[in-house]
Design a protein around this ligand. Structure first.
Ligand code: PMV
Length: 319
């Protein structure tokens, strides 16, 4: 018998980085998903990340060693630790298939961790609750990101549109269309390093804290504009947000280039999404046809564009 779990990637509409300092953030699930199939085997933990061409076997001694030396944990290692955390001492294999690009700010690592927890819950009939799945995924994220806010594992678990503030989740409904384009610069970056960079700035300059407060206020305005369906205001706030994200040094030349291509093509607003420093940007179009026009212009300039819709579906446990 196999176990199965899947979970969505995400975009952050507002509040990346400041969410680490307990300010509100708003995130939406997208229809790119990760799928994990699990199976009981005889010895240790085997992980096969099919899209990355990565396959690794871990003995329980290897896992113990990694836990004692967290600085040696890389990439999929955290998933072996996660499996052993959920079902200690159980041998199993995990086959991962993901549509979510890695290191791009679309929440691929959290979606994978959530899918692993869901798949194991299915395989061992654990009947884990959404909170338990999300919490297990969070623990795995700590190994990779150091100080994650918890927004990524939350949106991958609950799906839809959520406001996340200080570990508290509020689900929102979207009652109008929001034509968004996601463009990937394909510049890989490390969330942990970018989060550390902001922390260093905060230690160096006293004015970074008030700036983080402003991100919080801006996000509250974003939430109101989404509630009211005021897309013009939402676009304007995207642009202000981008300026502030550049100010805390999480921008990238390629992101700015794509953001300006979108704006020149008439986007109401555009900003980076996720940790920045490369990865993805989002642009708000007037309608679906306009979104396609913007997407074409971005593709002409070498962007990898995802025409995805926001997804109400969160984690899936079992087929
Ligand atoms: O997973 P990413 O790279 O999209 O970044 C997540 C958002 C951050 O606020 C930068 C980090 C966090 O833990 O919330």
């Amino acid at each position: 018998m196999n176990g199965f779990g899947s979970a969505p990637g995400k975009i952050i509409l507002s509040g990346e980085h400041s969410v680490v300092y307990k300010k509100p953030a708003i995130a939406a699930a997208i229809d790119l998903r990760c799928e994990v199939t699990s199976k009981k085997i005889s010895n240790g933990i085997e992980i096969d990340a099919l899209d990355l061409g990565l396959k690794k076997n871990y003995s329980f001694d290897d896992i113990k060693q990694l836990k004692q030396n967290p600085d040696q944990i890389h990439g999929i290692d955290s998933l072996a630790i996660l499996a052993d955390l959920i079902v200690p001492g159980e041998s199993l294999s995990l086959k991962i298939h993901s549509q979510i690009p890695i290191s791009a700010g679309l929440g691929s690592s959290a979606a994978t961790a959530v899918s692993v927890a869901a798949s194991i819950s299915d395989l061992f009939s654990l009947d884990l609750s959404l909170e338990q799945i999300s919490n297990f995924a969070y623990q795995s994220e700590v190994f990779i990101h150091g100080k994650p806010s918890g927004i990524d594992n939350s949106i991958a678990t609950w799906g839809g549109l959520i406001v996340y503030e200080n570990s508290h989740i509020t689900r929102k409904t979207l009652n109008h269309t929001m034509p968004l384009i996601i463009a990937n610069t394909q510049v890989e970056r490390s969330t942990a390093k970018l989060v550390q960079g902001v922390s260093n700035l905060r230690n160096k300059y006293t004015f970074i804290n008030p700036l983080i407060d402003i991100f919080g206020e801006l996000t509250n305005n974003v939430i109101t504009s989404i509630d009211k369906g005021d897309m013009n205001k939402l676009g304007e706030l995207f642009n202000i947000n981008q300026g502030l994200l550049d100010a805390i040094n999480v921008g990238h030349r390629k992101l700015s280039e794509f953001i300006w291509i979108a704006r020149d093509a008439g986007a109401i607003g555009a900003k980076l999404t996720g940790a920045g420093g490369g990865g993805c940007m989002i642009a708000l179009a007037r309608n679906d046809k306009h979104a396609e026009e913007i997407a074409n212009k971005l593709e002409d300039q070498g962007a990898r564009v995802y025409i995805t819709s926001l997804s109400s579906k969160g984690v899936q446990v079992g087929k």
